[in-house]
Design a protein around this ligand. Structure first.
Ligand SMILES: [Zn+2]
Length: 284
């Protein structure tokens, strides 16, 4: 197989290929949610979806416009300059380099997610994602532009360090968005399928616990694609304390509908926590 030709095609048609994969996965999961709903939503779903699509679209646009190099270009630079672990090893077969790249980049995203929870300044930004009081496939797009920037920064550093093949970076980008959408989806999976699937992959049941309003629970299950990191690094929780069907999503102080508008979501990292707490202290 001529990888130069494939790489050039990937770089040339990256945007259209990614948009097509994204559209296909989003529509497929939305349809699946409608056929096998885990929990019926009570909010206006059109408004939620419009907000999340606008936030995701706006953030992606900003990242693409602002970064001088994106993930694929960085992989090309690393390959040409022989940078990164995999670019300096010649004895590994190509398929193994691809597998190792997917695992390595997913680990970088796992760490990114842990840091978003660990450091106060990053948590302020990540709260935009966690303040959703319902969960469905559209929640997978609900991230503040600053978090999209941070994610891209971590990805670029990981690519420079790992030196993954261009093909692997493209597969990872598609895999990452697919799992982001899948993990947040409001799908009722068969218990048997879910049981085996979560040995390796992050499932919606596993990720729902991460959206619990209880801090102990939302500081667990950070994985994006593979569930192994949570198991290995002591952040895995199998079941929520209050049982699967009594899970309460969101963050207590941002529960009010006033915080669910697009402008408030964009402003949320800059709103003083104490001011919000005092202002809404009487509503409980
Ligand atoms: Zn999180």
């Amino acid at each position: 197989m001529d990888w130069m030709v494939i790489n050039n095609a990937i770089i040339k048609y990256e945007l259209i290929l990614r948009m097509a994969c994204f559209g296909f996965v989003l529509m497929g999961l939305a349809y699946w949610e409608s056929r096998a709903t885990w929990r019926q939503g009570v909010l206006n779903q059109r408004v939620r979806w419009a907000n999340h699509m606008a936030l995701g679209g706006f953030s992606t646009f900003l990242v693409r416009m602002s970064f001088p190099v994106l993930a694929l270009t960085m992989a090309v630079v690393a390959e040409v300059q022989h940078l990164g672990l995999l670019n300096t090893t010649t004895f590994l077969p190509f398929w193994l380099k691809v597998v190792l790249s997917l695992i390595g980049m997913d680990f970088a995203m796992y760490m990114e997610h842990r840091w978003m929870h660990r450091y106060k300044i990053l948590w302020r930004v990540h709260q935009v994602h966690h303040s959703d009081t319902e969960l469905d496939v559209s929640t997978g797009l609900r991230f503040h532009p600053i978090e999209y920037f941070f994610m891209m920064g971590i990805k670029l550093v990981a690519i420079l360090f790992l030196g993954p093949p261009v093909f692997a970076v493209f597969i990872f980008e598609v895999m990452l968005i697919s799992f982001l959408l899948f993990a947040h989806s409001n799908i009722q999976l068969s218990p048997i399928v879910e049981y085996y699937l979560r040995f390796i992959f992050v499932t919606p049941n596993m990720h729902r616990i991460h959206h619990s309003d209880i801090p102990f629970e939302h500081n667990k299950n950070f994985g994006f694609c593979f569930s192994i990191w949570d198991r290995m690094l002591n952040s895995y929780i199998a079941q929520p304390h209050q049982g699967d069907h009594h899970l309460v999503f969101g963050l207590e102080i941002y529960r009010l509908p006033a915080f669910q508008t697009l402008l408030k979501l964009l402003a949320l990292p800059f709103i003083k926590y104490k001011a919000v707490k005092n202002r809404f202290a009487h509503i409980k």
